[in-house]
Design a protein around this ligand. Sequence first.
Ligand SMILES: Cc1ncc(COP(=O)(O)O)c(C=O)c1O
Ligand SMILES: C[C@H](O)[C@H](N)C(=O)O
Length: 354
Amino acid sequence: MKERVNAAGQPLKYHFASDNYAGICVEAWQAMEEANRGLACSYGDDAWTEKACEQIRELFETDCEIYFVFNGTAANSLALASMCKSYHSIVCHEMAHVETDECGAPEFFSNGTKMLLVPGENGKIDLDAVEHTITKRSDIHYPKPRVLSVTQATELGTVYSVAELQAVGEMARKHALHVHMDGARFGNAVASLGVEPKEITWQAGVDVLTFGGTKNGFAVGEAVVFFNKELAYEFDYRCKQAGQLASKMRFLTAPWINMLQSGAWLRNATQANNCARLLETEVKKIPGVRIMFPSQANSVFIEMPEQALAALRAKGWHFYTFIGAGGGRFMCSWDTKVDEVAALVQDIRIAMQL
Ligand SMILES: Cc1ncc(COP(=O)(O)O)c(C=O)c1O
Ligand SMILES: C[C@H](O)[C@H](N)C(=O)O
């Protein structure tokens, strides 16, 4: 494949663009290869899918319903649509992916549910703002709040603590709301907190989790985990109608078995988080740059002058600046290497001296 270069002829460096840029880890690849043996039932009636569900129930230590879809937008949107009616509203952070980066899919798949946005420091919902949003109106003209959505780890690279999530659950119960957790980077949150998955999900009051595989080293695929099994009613039909029921489901689900059994899901997340910690530590030593949010998962948001950002791009570095409140997002993945962090730090140091 021909190497891509920028306008300055520099090879493009995707190492910190997004964890979506990384490839497939060996454990996921081997699992797909192992599943590629002969014939198997389609549409999820295969042995690998059954085993993957068992493995996820074992991980969360509870009986839950699990479905597998191709990506996180589908996982979030279909999960949210199963948690509310079209005349309801979903309360989420103003920088939530379901609001900013899913192109209206949650509203589309729920036939019109309204997103009600709340602020909050470091990408986490402010519960006073949530309560105000939920209670400020009770008239028939206001889209009735029904779901509280949080992202764990957040879009800004922070992580809700167990206590914070318990407070979210209490708020939801107080106002008869369901709790949705966008867990596109759930593994990174578990690795960061060092807790059991159950502590930051059903034990805190989460009803439905979208559990990310894609960013964790899988080829493709997210698990929609219903801890509140009533909300899973006819979810299979919702997936089918949305074009999210994989005919060769075994290739989505086989990796879940190996990744969870081997612990690779947590190793991968830990590697990504550790690289982000190293990046944050080293960048903090450079005069003139500012770390915008506490880096608690696998991304670091760095504020620097525009000409420094331009100098990094001129050297081929590719990164997003449209997430959060400006600055550059530098996202580590399971495949990030320490020497790649060092190379970026060196180029930031040089860019800041121009
Ligand atoms: C916080 C968050 N949620 C969900 C997603 C899922 O998006 P996609 O549909 O691209 O898999 C992403 C994508 O990277 C994300 O960053
Ligand atoms: C922002 C983009 O949609 C993707 N979710 C990412 O985090 O890279």
